[in-house]
Write a protein that binds this ligand. Structure first.
Ligand SMILES: NC(=O)c1ccc[n+]([C@@H]2O[C@H](COP(=O)([O-])OP(=O)(O)OC[C@H]3O[C@@H](n4cnc5c(N)ncnc54)[C@H](OP(=O)(O)O)[C@@H]3O)[C@@H](O)[C@H]2O)c1
Length: 316
């Protein structure tokens, strides 16, 4: 099969399109013929060696990156009970050695869910990592309640486009922070208010929110606090080192909760998102599609930091 592999850390230039052996599923695994995969900032972090403490200190332990997959079940191991050959599935395989930038991957059935029938493979591949991150950030870390005011910083990217829609589905009143030419999109996804970050700084407007969900990490902890109500929550998908110390202190002293979050892929949340996709409450916004031989270009484009929704790689 064809796969995009890397054997050393570096820029996107270390990626090579290679012909390698097609995997065979173990007893509890499903072999998926991948139709589409998405690129994520985490793929660029993986390539650069930023994750080397888990991905291999000197060189990558697993040679095929790619976490989000959508495709059809080609074969199942003898202990697999939840899927049959031919089922359309999607999932985040980052906890199982990755391998999404390939024609086939064998993964435990626990990583997968049936694809919503009303969306394409490309749309399904856009969902797992970013939408689960948005869901867990808003619901589990941010404790978003119906009727609350939530601001989403970076509302036009992979995580942000899902966050706007999920916040709305959970009953929040959404303010989206975007650049001028993405205001219309944010409104069409369900934002009631927008802040154009090229004109205005949301931490300086005097407006305060029950929840600030941040996917950019471009403001200090002190600045973000100004945008929080007295018992408000701040959740960032990026990493603000000062929060490690200031977060617990602020919580103890003033009652505001401010955290760096790390999403945990799981099938229950994927099924929750599947129901939102089936009812049309959430849709995948796709910016561009690349081919498998164009994964380096897809990752470079994502790294520029201006994607409008998700960047997809179509495989079969
Ligand atoms: N912690 C976790 O578990 C987890 C999981 C997934 C992702 N992440 C992280 O979350 C972050 C976002 O991921 P992503 O997939 O959403 O990235 P992305 O798709 O690359 O985000 C790009 C978007 O950010 C917007 N943006 C850039 N600068 C901005 C600013 N100053 N203010 C507001 N919006 C701005 C861009 O809009 P313009 O083009 O208009 O500038 C663009 O639409 C990344 O750091 C990623 O590593 C963490």
């Amino acid at each position: 099969m064809k796969a995009v592999i890397f054997t050393k850390y570096g820029s996107q230039d270390v990626l090579q399109l290679a012909e390698i052996e097609k995997p065979a599923p173990q007893a509890d695994e499903v072999l998926v013929k991948i139709a589409a995969t998405a690129v994520n900032p985490a793929d660029n972090h993986l390539l650069s060696g930023m994750l080397r403490f888990s991905s291999g200190l000197l060189k990558p332990k697993n040679q095929i990156p790619g976490s989000d997959i959508a495709g059809r079940v080609e074969a199942v191991g003898r202990n697999v009970t939840g899927f049959q050959v031919g089922d359309a599935v999607f999932g985040d395989i980052s906890g199982h050695g990755r391998g999404g930038f390939a024609e086939y991957v064998a993964v435990p059935e626990s990583a997968l869910a049936l694809k919503p029938a009303n969306i394409s493979f490309a749309e399904a591949a856009a969902v797992p990592m970013t939408a689960v991150t948005a869901l867990q950030g808003l619901r589990d870390q941010g404790h978003l309640q119906a009727g609350q005011q939530v601001l989403i910083n970076g509302a036009s990217g992979g995580v942000g486009t899902f966050a706007v829609q999920i916040a709305r589905a959970l009953g929040g009143e959404v303010t989206a922070v975007v650049s001028t030419h993405k205001i219309e999109m944010a409104r069409s996804l369900g934002a009631s208010h927008t802040v154009d970050y090229t004109q205005e700084d949301f931490t300086q407007t005097g407006q305060q929110y029950d929840l600030v969900f941040d996917t950019v990490g471009n403001h200090s902890v002190a600045a973000c606090r100004r945008a929080l109500k007295p018992a408000g929550h701040f959740v960032t998908t990026t990493f603000l080192p000062t929060l490690l110390i200031l977060g617990p202190w602020i919580s103890f002293r003033d009652g505001q909760k401010m955290v760096n979050m790390m999403a945990k892929p799981n099938r229950q949340d994927l099924l929750f998102l599947k129901s939102l996709l089936e009812t049309g409450q959430v849709v995948a916004v796709i910016d561009r599609c690349y081919g498998l031989d164009e994964v380096p270009q897809a990752l470079r484009y994502l790294q520029e930091g201006h994607a409008k929704g998700k960047v997809i790689v179509s495989i079969s």
